[in-house]
Design a protein around this ligand. Structure first.
Ligand SMILES: CC(C)(COP(=O)(O)OP(=O)(O)OC[C@H]1O[C@@H](n2cnc3c(N)ncnc32)[C@H](O)[C@@H]1OP(=O)(O)O)[C@@H](O)C(=O)NCCC(=O)NCCS
Length: 237
């Protein structure tokens, strides 16, 4: 099966609603029921993702959509470096055939390459959904804790999801400034503030450092010349 990973356009709205409904009916995945998959919901995340987040579709040759992934930053200034509530769905008939891994891989590559103002990506996974949890771990997401009784299901039982985060090895504070202030931080803050900046590399798997050659001027140093908290193993790879 040949699939293409592409950006969405407005005509995809209806097809996306159908896809999300199918996945919601399947249950045990996305934290929304079928009735909540309204056109407004789809339109809402499309607009926010296209404005300053990221959204990708997996399309077959006949242009049907079999997968989608999106995330976007909050309006809150202090959280503008985060893409949160990441959601990924694959059409039930195409699950387990590599579509999700391909979509997610390209999503993370796009963040590393074109969204260097983003420091972290966050998502929730149901604790009992071991396959999906392992999938996210394999992509470099780290557990950040169980959110006790966060989900109240349609059967009136509680579920405890795990909060997970991925850290962008290519995060660049100047890009963040440009994105949020329209110009580089160097022009607007003292040198002191800049040197206080701690690189956002916590919990990053070893191989992710190697995959962002542009981040470091030389091994173990950030672009601003500060030592990275990088395990020795990373520097030698
Ligand atoms: C979770 C989901 C996006 C994964 O996409 P996918 O295309 O089925 O996954 P892939 O075939 O690319 O496989 C990726 C990994 O996911 C695991 N996996 C997770 N859910 C799976 C499923 N329902 N079927 C098969 N594999 C699944 C596989 O073990 C696989 O690991 P491997 O590559 O080491 O073998 C997709 O199954 C889905 O949409 N599920 C329902 C909605 C959902 O749970 N969304 C996530 C909300 S947090």
């Amino acid at each position: 099966m040949r699939i293409q990973i592409v950006s969405p356009d407005k005509q995809d709205l209806q097809k996306l609603q159908t896809l999300y409904k199918l996945v919601a009916i399947q249950g045990n995945g996305i934290i929304r029921n079928e009735k909540e998959i309204t056109q407004d919901y789809i339109k809402g995340f499309m607009e926010k993702s296209l404005k300053d987040g990221l959204m990708l579709l997996a399309k077959k040759e006949d242009s049907s959509i079999i997968g989608e992934i999106h995330a976007y930053p909050s309006d809150i200034f202090a959280f503008r470096h985060i893409l949160s509530d990441l959601t990924i769905v694959v059409h039930p008939d195409y699950q387990g055939r590599g579509v999700g891994r391909k979509l997610f891989g390209q999503f993370l590559n796009a963040v590393k390459e074109h969204h260097r103002h983003i420091c972290r990506i966050e998502l929730y996974v149901r604790a009992h959904n071991h396959k999906v949890h392992a999938f996210y771990k394999s992509l470099g997401f780290a557990d950040e804790g169980h959110h006790e009784n966060k989900i109240l299901t349609g059967e009136l039982t509680f579920e405890t999801p795990i909060h997970m985060a991925w850290f962008n090895p290519c995060f660049d504070l100047h890009k963040w400034s440009k994105q949020n202030f329209g110009h580089s931080e160097k022009k607007i803050t003292s040198k002191k503030r800049l040197t206080n900046h701690k690189p956002c590399f916590r919990n990053q798997p070893f191989n992710s450092f190697a995959s962002c050659a542009r981040t470091t001027t030389r091994p173990g140093l950030t672009r601003t010349g500060h030592a990275m908290k990088v395990p020795k193993k990373t520097i030698t790879t």
